[in-house]
Structures are given as structure tokens and as C-alpha cells.
Design a protein around this ligand. Structure first.
Ligand code: CP
Ligand code: NVA
Length: 298
């Protein structure tokens, strides 16, 4: 396995399936109340340049449950915020820590950190991608459906960092992925992979959800993009509401990486409805990340 997890394609399909298996085991241990502390004595530094609820707390709790420790770090309280370079910070942190999680704006900063660190670096979201989210979502879908073969995902909404990572996941697992978004909100296509024909981009949300096993959405306005009223009006036809859910497979799973803006990208009725698995999805961040931490840090 690579030293770092910066993008989904840093893992291959077998490694993802291995992590899914490990996650199942760790989740069972936790359910039984069995302690499992393979990371005793290890410390994860967590650099957050953007807000977070799920990522921060699930990594922090995950390290604790694995017997390790975590440090919440914000650049404005580090010398990083006063001009110390990422390269020097990486070299110093590598002398103290056993791994670094970073959430920031520019993906290049994450690459720079990983390049100069001798310890694993995990990407906790950038403007470009959100690989840890989609890795965890693959586990959730596998848990719910029992497999990842020949499934169809409809990603409806803004073609953002989460959509980018979904495109990589779909290419890796030969999933059918239909991304529905306005022309001006199309996702960037990952350059590090070849895009198969099973991935399509459409402006028609009803076309996208036809036969979908999963309908997925995310916020319309991502962190750092505030002040985007025009984008909100363009995205209105892409709301996940009951009529869109009714146009998919009967038992389609509705997923949202959260935080949700109710009555914007998703209605409360759908979020709280029988197809929604969003809170199981959120919980699984903890279990999957523990499997990743155990693999990379031990
Ligand atoms: N989905 C997700 O990454 O949530 P947070 O921004 O709360 O970490
Ligand atoms: N696309 C969102 C995801 C939040 C978890 C953002 O970048 O703000």
C-alpha cells in the first residue's frame, strides 16, 4: 500500500476490498464491546484549515478507540500560519507524530505535505476531492447491498470534490455513475485515471436516477465558495425530493455525505424517509477510518 492516502486512486481495488473487510471486523468488535488497541503509543496530528464535524470527531474518536492519541491543529495557531513552509512543517511533524490528517483548500498543499513527510498523510478533504468520504461510502454501500458489482449510482447536484472522488471510485469498481448537474457545475474529471464509458454526465436528474441503486447528493455550496446565490438558483431542479426518488429503483438508497441543507439539495421528507441511510453513512466514517488508520499507522 502507498505511504499516503491523498486520492482514491492511491489505493487499488483489492486494497479497498481489504479495507472493507477490516472495517466489518472492527465494527463487529466495537459492537461486542471488545477493546482493540493496535495503535497504542501512536499519535495522529490533524490539521484543519476548514470546518468539520464528522471528519474531525470520527478521526479523533477512532484514534482513541485504537489505543492512540490525536492532536487537533489549526494553521492559524501554528507557525504554518506565520509563513513557516509546508516542507519544513512536514519534516518537523514527522519527528513527533505517526501520521497526519489534513483538511485544506488546495490539493497541492496536501501533496507538498506528503512529499516532505516521512509519515503517512491522509487527505481529509480539499477543494478538489474528498477521498476518505467516498472510501467510507463504498463500505456503506457494500454493507447495505452485500456487494459493489454492477450497481448504478446517480450523483445529483453540484459537481464538486465529492463528485470528483465518486468518478474515481466508479472507474475503480466499474460502477455505472450518472452525474446530473447544470452545465456550469460539471465536475472536474480526474486526470490520474482513464474515464470509462460507464460514467456519464447529464443535465437531466430524472434520466440520471433511472434504475439507480443509490442516489447521492452533497451541499450545493462547498466550503470556501460562499456567496454563490446564482449557483443555488441553477441547482434548484437538482433537489433530491420524493418525485426524484420515485423515479429510481424501488429500494434505492439515498445518501448524503452531510452536512445537509434541508429543503435545498434534499427535502426533509427524503432525508428522514425510508430510503435514506445518511446517518448509517455518517457512522461508518468512524469504522472505515479506523481500518485505514490501523493499516497506514501500524
Ligand atoms: N462529510 C464530512 O466530511 O463532514 P464534515 O465536514 O463534518 O467533516
Ligand atoms: N462539498 C462539501 C463537502 C463537505 C463535507 C464541501 O467541500 O464543503
Amino acid at each position: 500500500m502507498n505511504k499516503d492516502f491523498l486520492k482514491l486512486s492511491d489505493l487499488n481495488k483489492d486494497e479497498v476490498l481489504g479495507l472493507i473487510k477490516e472495517t466489518t471486523e472492527l465494527k463487529q468488535l466495537k459492537t461486542k464491546g471488545t477493546a482493540h488497541r493496535p495503535l497504542e503509543g501512536k499519535t495522529l496530528g490533524m490539521i484543519f484549515n476548514k470546518n468539520s464535524t464528522r471528519t474531525r470527531i470520527s478521526f479523533e474518536v477512532g484514534m482513541f478507540e485504537l489505543g492512540g492519541h490525536s492532536l487537533f491543529l489549526t494553521p492559524d495557531q501554528m507557525q504554518l500560519g506565520r509563513g513557516e513552509t509546508i516542507a519544513d512543517s512536514a519534516r518537523v511533524l514527522s519527528r513527533y507524530l505517526d501520521g497526519i490528517l489534513i483538511r485544506t483548500f488546495d490539493f497541492k498543499e496536501v501533496e507538498e505535505l506528503a512529499k516532505h513527510s516521512s509519515i503517512p498523510v491522509i487527505n481529509g478533504l480539499t477543494d478538489l476531492n474528498h477521498p476518505i468520504q467516498v472510501l467510507s461510502d463504498l463500505f456503506t454501500i457494500h454493507e447495505k447491498l452485500g456487494h459493489l458489482d454492477e450497481i448504478k449510482i446517480a450523483y445529483v447536484g453540484d459537481g464538486n470534490n465529492v463528485a470528483y472522488s465518486w468518478i474515481t471510485a466508479a472507474a475503480m469498481f466499474d460502477l455505472r455513475l450518472s452525474v446530473a448537474c447544470p452545465a456550469s457545475c460539471k465536475p472536474e474529471l480526474p486526470k490520474e485515471i482513464s474515464i470509462p464509458d460507464s460514467i456519464e454526465i447529464t443535465e437531466d436528474p430524472f434520466f440520471a436516477v433511472k434504475d439507480a441503486d443509490v442516489i447521492y447528493t452533497d451541499v450545493w455550496i462547498s466550503m470556501g465558495q460562499e456567496d454563490a446565490d446564482e449557483k443555488v438558483s441553477l441547482l434548484k431542479p437538482y433537489q433530491i425530493n420524493q418525485s426524484l426518488v420515485d423515479a429510481a429503483k424501488k429500494d434505492t438508497l439515498v445518501m448524503h455525505c452531510l452536512p445537509a441543507h434541508r429543503e435545498m439539495e434534499i427535502t426533509t421528507k427524503v432525508l428522514e424517509g425510508k430510503n435514506s441511510i445518511v446517518f448509517d453513512q455518517a457512522e461508518n466514517r468512524l469504522h472505515l477510518q479506523k481500518a485505514l488508520l490501523k493499516t497506514l499507522l501500524s
